[in-house]
Design a protein around this ligand. Structure first.
Ligand code: ATP
Ligand code: MG
Length: 549
């Protein structure tokens, strides 16, 4: 094992302990899996599980399988399989094997037959309601089904007929024979197989009986030689059933399940079912809408994969319920992008500035990054007509903190001259349409005696400027936990989650590649959209936390 392995969480401590006690001989024996159900795109919560499972495999030089939990034929689609693979790859992880629970349908079936032969499973003819009624409650034992005492031969015959399609959906079900009085409801003869006459995206019409999650999941782990099966806390009470399945199906090397608390992120939703609603209702433009907390949405917005890694590292892995502030995630993006992103100038709300004492067009060479020379330089034209942001010019102000351009005062243009605003033009309604200014000669990259420019503003040369659409995104929801409020999540959609601006940007942005974030000086981080034609930029994150202001 490499020395750098970081033992930051309790699961890694368990693995270290398993290695030191000799339960596993070599770190490379450590084998995890990430088991998404392909019924939607992955979200930021899944990123936590991916970083945990694949991160362990990477650091111990073990293995991690990507296993599609495709046991429910009704809800799953090939599109989701492809998207999930693309997301895991984008996060920088490689899977050992690409597996499908459906690959094991024959083996699951054989295990079920084995359980029947051992007298540990039976076919129940009760309806779903009857089964529910006999289940008992937390304070009351359940009742044995009248079909529980069926003979092994009868069960074998009926289960085979179930498989052969002789019964309709819900007519019969295969149940484990465990204990109807167990204090753990999951052990009260849970279902193992149900009938579903539905075509499956991997196995077509080969099967009309499908295994239940708990059974398939435990056995899938066992078949693949998973050592540490890591899942979220809601499965803690399922662990005895997990162990029961592994125990009675004749598995030699037993996987062990460990649970951690799922990520809950404020102002985001981490439930595929609810995210599906946002997509199908048209509330967002798709799974990869840059406002979505999906991995594909974050990627399209311009979030770098390193920011998700950093975020998962910072939030850690524990067993306690948590609700993480969106600000924490935003800060991870800023921390990664501050080092990584090249600087550019873009004026989001342009107003013309005419320099009365400057008639040339010069090409300035500006650094791409203030702290990193290796990032190189780019050419930025400077000329008589410029655009600055409308908010950076006022006629007068009482605000001592206003460090931008005031009529009659000086300001530094980023990377260029100090200018002084001498006059302005306005339309009939009094709206300022143009600022008249002059440069202070000899102030290119240096100061002049006796002249103090309090602030620095960004600009672009008007003739060289390129038109670009800039999508400024805000939180998608108006409340931190839309899924815990009364009513529907749709009642809490932020009507201002997208503001579109027609900006003037510097020409170096013309060939910006998609999904690579730039810092637009003084504005935030922006990345070119992958899907839109022309120059369209998405705001990844603002420079500072402006939320709530
Ligand atoms: P959803 O409710 O969004 O469908 P899920 O748990 O049913 O979530 P799966 O596709 O079954 O989604 O999840 C694959 C893996 O990702 C599981 O191991 C699950 O525990 C984990 N996971 C899902 N959501 C989160 C989350 N919010 N935080 C951490 N891990 C998660
Ligand atoms: Mg699930």
């Amino acid at each position: 094992m490499s020395e750098e392995v970081i033992r930051t969480n309790f699961i890694r401590q368990i693995i270290d302990n398993d290695l030191s006690t000799g339960k596993y001989k070599s770190p490379s024996d450590v084998h995890t899996r990430f088991p998404p159900e392909p019924n939607g795109y992955l979200h930021i919560g899944h990123a936590k599980s991916i970083c945990l499972n694949f991160g362990i495999a990477r650091d111990y030089q073990g293995k991690c399988n990507l296993r599609f939990d495709d046991t429910n034929p009704c809800k799953e689609e090939q599109e989701f399989v492809s998207a999930i693979k693309a997301d895991v790859e984008w996060l920088g992880f490689e899977w050992n094997e690409e597996c499908y629970a459906s690959d094991y349908f024959q083996r699951f079936y054989e295990c079920a037959v084995l359980l029947i032969k051992k007298g540990l499973a039976y076919v129940d003819d009760s309806t779903a309601e009857e089964i529910r009624a006999m289940r008992g409650s937390l304070t009351e034992a359940g009742q044995n089904s009248p079909y529980r005492a069926r003979s092994i031969e009868e069960n074998l015959a009926l289960f085979e007929r179930m498989k052969n399609g002789e019964f309709g959906d819900g007519e019969k079900i295969l149940r484990a024979k465990i204990d109807m009085a167990s204090p753990n409801m999951n052990l009260r003869d849970p279902a193992l197989y149900r009938i579903r006459h539905v075509e499956h995206h991997q196995t077509g019409n080969e099967w009309c009986i499908y295994p239940m999650y708990d059974f398939a999941h435990a056995l899938g782990d066992a078949f693949e030689g998973i050592t540490h099966s890591i899942c979220t806390l809601e499965f803690e009470d399922h662990r005895p059933l997990y162990d029961w399945c592994v125990e009675h199906c004749g598995i030699e090397q037993k996987p062990h399940q460990y649970e951690f608390s799922r990520l809950s992120l404020q102002y985001a939703i981490t439930s595929k079912r609810k995210l599906t609603q946002l997509v199908t209702s048209g509330t967002v433009t798709g799974w990869d809408d840059p406002r979505m907390p999906t991995i594909s949405g974050l990627r399209r917005r311009g979030c770098p994969p390193e920011a998700l890694h950093l975020f998962c590292e910072r939030i850690g892995v524990t067993k306690s319920e948590n609700s993480i502030e969106m600000e924490q995630f935003d800060q991870c993006m800023r921390d990664v992008l501050d080092d990584k992103a090249s600087r550019r100038m873009a004026v989001l709300d342009p107003i013309l500035v005419t320099l009365t004492n400057f008639d040339e067009r010069v090409e300035l060479e500006l650094p791409n990054h203030p702290k990193n020379e290796d990032a190189g330089k780019r050419i930025v034209p400077f000329a008589k007509a410029l655009y600055i942001d409308r908010n950076d010019f006022v006629l007068s102000t009482e605000d001592k903190k206003f460090k931008r351009l005031i009529l009659g005062n000086y300001v530094r243009l980023r990377g260029a001259y100090i200018i002084k605003a001498t006059d302005y033009k306005a339309d009939n309604d009094g709206n300022i349409t143009e600022v008249i200014a002059e440069i202070v000669p000899d102030t290119l990259g240096k100061n002049a005696e006796g002249i103090k420019a309090k602030g620095v503003i960004h600009w672009v040369a008007a003739k060289d400027a390129v038109d670009a659409q800039v999508n400024c995104y805000e939180r998608l929801f108006t409340v931190p936990h839309p899924d815990r409020e009364e009513g529907e999540i749709f009642d809490y959609i932020n009507p201002d989650s997208l503001t579109i601006k027609q900006a003037k940007v510097e020409p170096a942005l013309l060939d910006a590649p998609a999904e690579v974030a730039y810092q637009f000086e003084r504005e935030g981080y922006f990345a070119r959209d992958r899907k839109e034609d022309g120059l369209v930029f998405n705001r990844v994150v603002t420079l500072k936390d402006s939320f709530g202001k």
